[in-house]
Write a new protein. Structure first.
Length: 425
C-alpha cells in the first residue's frame, strides 16, 4: 500500500498540472465571421449616340473587372465582410442633358453605393455636379478635361491623364524626329475636352519655337472637313494635331488622306488607338494617337518595386488575355480606363476596410500606386482635389508590317517604343 499511495499522488499531480497548462494556454485566435454584402456601383453609359464606340469599350472594361472580383470571391475586408459588386446603369444616349437626371435617379431611387462617371468630359462634369451635391464618391473614366477637376470637388477622382498633357508629347515627338519642322496646325472639336487639349497645346507649341499657323474649332457632329482642310493646305503645316472623338477623328483622317494633305505628322485625339480606326484602310497609316494605355505597355510588379511604388492588381498581359477571351477583340485604352476605375475603387475600399465614404475618401487621398494601367495618384490641393497627377500618356502609330497589314506600334516616349516613328507620305 505504501508504494501505491505516492504513485497515486504523483498521477494526481500530473493531472492537475495538465489542467493548469491547458487553462493557461493562449486561446486560438477567433476568426471574424464572414458577412456577405452587396455593393452597388452606378453609372450611365452611351449605349446609343455619337459616343457609343468609346463608351461600349469602357463598359466592357467594367464588366471584366466585375467578373474577376466575383471569380475571386468578392471584395474581402479585414473584418470578414465580403462585398459582391453589382452594376446599375442607364443609357445616357450620349447626351449631357440626360446625365444629371439619371445620376440623381441612381442615388435617390436606386440607392447606389458608389459611382463611376459616364464617358466624355462633358458628361462626367454633369455627373460630378450631382455626386458632389449628394456626397457620393465618383471615379471618373473617360474624362480628361482639366476644368472638371478644378472646381474644388471633394468626392470626384480622375483616372485619366488631364487634357492639358494629351498632345504635348506629340509636339515633343515632332521636335525629336523632324528638327526642321516649323509650322503646326491645330484643328479641334468644340467640346470641353478637345478645346482644353487645344488650348494647352497652343502655348506649349509656341514655347518650343513653333509657329501655330491655324488654331480653329469645328462643331460636334461635323462630317465635312473640306473648309478646314483647304485652310490647312494653304498654311502648309509640318504637323496637324487636334481632333475630338472617334467619329469625327476617323472622318477627318480619311478626308486628309483623300485630299492628299502631306503633313509629316498627324496626331489625333481618341480615334487612332481604337482598333476600329483601321477600317479606313490606308488613311490610318502613320497616324499618331495619344493613349492613356496600350496592350504593349510594360508596367509590371518588378518595375513598381524598382521605382519604389506599391503594385496592385493584374498584369497588362493578363488583362489583355482575359479581355480578348471575353470579347474576342483587343482592348483599347477606353477598356483599360473602365477596368482601372473600378480597380481603384476596390483598392480604396480594401485599404479603408469599409464602404463608409469618409474612410474610402481618405484612402483615395493617400493612394499612390502602379497598376497595369500605369501610376495613379490624386491631387489633395483644395482647388484641384481628385485631379490625376501621376499618370502619363503614351503615343501609338499605325504602321504596315512586312505583309502590308496595319499594326499598332508604340513610338513615344522612347523608353516605351516598340518601333521607330514613321513620317506620313
Amino acid at each position: 500500500m505504501s508504494n501505491k499511495i505516492p504513485r497515486l499522488l504523483w498521477l494526481a499531480a500530473l493531472f492537475v498540472l495538465a489542467v493548469v497548462v491547458v487553462a493557461c494556454a493562449p486561446a486560438e485566435p477567433t476568426k471574424a465571421p464572414t458577412v456577405a454584402k452587396k455593393i452597388v456601383i452606378g453609372f450611365t453609359a452611351s449605349q446609343t449616340g455619337k459616343l457609343n464606340v468609346e463608351s461600349k469599350k469602357q463598359i466592357q472594361g467594367l464588366e471584366l473587372w466585375k467578373d474577376h472580383v466575383v471569380k475571386a470571391g468578392g471584395i474581402k475586408l479585414k473584418d470578414g465582410t465580403v462585398l459582391t459588386p453589382e452594376f446599375k446603369f442607364y443609357d445616357d444616349e450620349s447626351s449631357t442633358d440626360r446625365v444629371q437626371a439619371l445620376y440623381t435617379k441612381l442615388i435617390n431611387d436606386d440607392k447606389v453605393d458608389f459611382l463611376i462617371s459616364p464617358y466624355s468630359s462633358g458628361s462626367a462634369k454633369a455627373a460630378a455636379v450631382v455626386s458632389e451635391q449628394y456626397g457620393k464618391i465618383m471615379i471618373t473614366a473617360g474624362a480628361a478635361d482639366d476644368a472638371t477637376m478644378e472646381q474644388g470637388f471633394k468626392n470626384t477622382y480622375q483616372t485619366y491623364t488631364p487634357a492639358s498633357r494629351y498632345l504635348t508629347g506629340a509636339i515633343d515627338l515632332l521636335a525629336k524626329f523632324d528638327p526642321a519642322a516649323k509650322k503646326i496646325a491645330i484643328v479641334h472639336e468644340k467640346d470641353s475636352f478637345s478645346t482644353s487639349v487645344a488650348k494647352a497645346a497652343d502655348p506649349y507649341a509656341k514655347s518650343k519655337g513653333y509657329n501655330v499657323v491655324l488654331l480653329e474649332g469645328y462643331d460636334s457632329g461635323t462630317t465635312d472637313f473640306a473648309p478646314f482642310i483647304n485652310k490647312i493646305i494653304a498654311a502648309a503645316p509640318d504637323a496637324i494635331i487636334g481632333g475630338g472623338h472617334f467619329a469625327d477623328g476617323t472622318t477627318f483622317a480619311k478626308q486628309l488622306y483623300e485630299k492628299k494633305v502631306t503633313a509629316k505628322v498627324v496626331a489625333l485625339l481618341v480615334a487612332p488607338p481604337e482598333p476600329k480606326f483601321t477600317e479606313i484602310g490606308d488613311a490610318a497609316q502613320n497616324i499618331v494617337g495619344p493613349s492613356q494605355w496600350e496592350p504593349l505597355a510594360t508596367f509590371s510588379e518588378d518595375a513598381a518595386k524598382k521605382a519604389g511604388f506599391a503594385w496592385y492588381g493584374l498584369s497588362a498581359a493578363d488583362f489583355t488575355k482575359d479581355y480578348k477571351a471575353k470579347y474576342n477583340e483587343e482592348p483599347s485604352y477606353h477598356s483599360a480606363g473602365g477596368y482601372v476605375a473600378a480597380l481603384i475603387l476596390q483598392k480604396a475600399i480594401e485599404d479603408a476596410g469599409s464602404t463608409k465614404p469618409d474612410q474610402v475618401r481618405a484612402a483615395l487621398d493617400k493612394m499612390d500606386l502602379l497598376t497595369f494601367y500605369g501610376r495613379v495618384k490624386f491631387s489633395t490641393e483644395a482647388k484641384t482635389h481628385g485631379k490625376q497627377v501621376a499618370h502619363d500618356m503614351v503615343y501609338m502609330q499605325w504602321q504596315k508590317d512586312a505583309s502590308g497589314k496595319l499594326v499598332k506600334q508604340m513610338v513615344w516616349p522612347l523608353e516605351a517604343k516598340t518601333a521607330d516613328w514613321q513620317p506620313r507620305k
